[in-house]
Ligand binder design. Structure first.
Ligand SMILES: Nc1ncnc2c1ncn2[C@@H]1O[C@H](COP(=O)(O)OP(=O)(O)OP(=O)(O)O)[C@@H](O)[C@H]1O
Ligand SMILES: [Mg+2]
Length: 249
């Protein structure tokens, strides 16, 4: 369904030097599966999502959706083909209401679906439909509205960038249930969840670990978990020269 071929992205750093932040990624995402992408901060997860959405353009490589080369297509062309992306840091739009935003995501959405989409992310439609998507919303509220508009899209490929970030624990559990209900084992859909949350990772069929712009591990959550754990332990040992710097009481 979605295929990345030798995807590479080069950016200029502060010293005028080029740096590869995505390094020759080859990956296939097949319909009917929920994928997790995880890995350390700065590993390239958001950049990869933005490349798929067309927000960033690759320096090399190709992106195929259902065997169509979409590498040169714009964001809106990719959105029309059915790719949706929920930002890690959602943009705010002063003067636009929550209702407007979801209507843009899903033109002609009926009132029942509009309201149920907000309930799915733990927001009461009564309180939020007419709220401005501006600075008056908290970070967690903004994040939930971003996810709601992605759910409303009912896209063929849905990418959610750290949907759990800044969201309270109760809503994370609810969100996991909604993601399972809407996306798990749906034969025509590809779902990609970028996450650091263990519970989110465990609902995925397959997990890719991205580090330093490359896929360093790929497998089921059970296969991947020991690698992630080792990585964390190893980094701690490096930081503390093999000893814990302080005791946790
Ligand atoms: N537009 C850009 N210009 C320059 N450097 C960039 C750009 N976008 C990302 N980077 C750099 O590329 C690297 C990967 O960033 P990215 O945001 O993709 O990481 P991430 O895996 O999503 O991290 P996190 O877990 O913190 O969200 C980082 O070092 C970042 O500073
Ligand atoms: Mg990120």
């Amino acid at each position: 369904m979605l295929r990345l071929e030798n995807l590479t992205m080069v950016v200029g750093d502060n010293h005028g030097e080029n740096r590869e932040i995505i390094r020759g990624i080859n990956a296939e995402f097949v319909a009917g599966k929920v994928y997790g992408i995880t890995g350390p901060n700065g590993g390239g997860k958001t950049s990869l999502a933005k490349l798929i959405m067309g927000i960033y353009m690759p320096s090399q490589g190709h992106i195929y959706l259902q065997d169509q080369d979409i590498t040169a297509l714009s964001i809106s062309e990719r959105a029309q083909l059915g790719i949706a992306y929920a930002f890690q840091q959602p943009p705010r739009f002063k003067g636009l209401t929550v209702k407007d935003l979801i209507n843009i995501a899903r033109p002609g959405i009926d009132n029942l679906h509009l309201r149920s989409t907000l309930r799915d992310v733990g927001l009461c439609p009564e309180d939020y439909l007419d709220r401005d998507v501006g600075p008056g919303l908290s970070g967690g509220e903004m994040k939930r509205i971003e996810i709601a508009q992605t759910l409303a899209r009912e896209a063929v490929v849905s990418i959610m960038d750290e949907p759990e970030a800044g969201v309270d624990l109760w809503t994370i559990q609810k969100l996991i249930a909604v993601i399972v209900g809407r996306y798990k084992r749906k034969p025509d859909l590809v779902t990609i969840i970028i996450t650091h949350n263990e519970n989110m990772l465990h609902i995925c069929d397959e997990v890719l670990v991205l580090e330093d712009g490359m896929v360093v591990h790929r497998g089921t959550p059970e296969e991947i978990w020991p690698h992630i754990k080792d990585e964390i332990e190893c980094k701690m040992k490096e930081m503390c020269s093999g000893e814990m710097a302080y005791e946790i009481r």
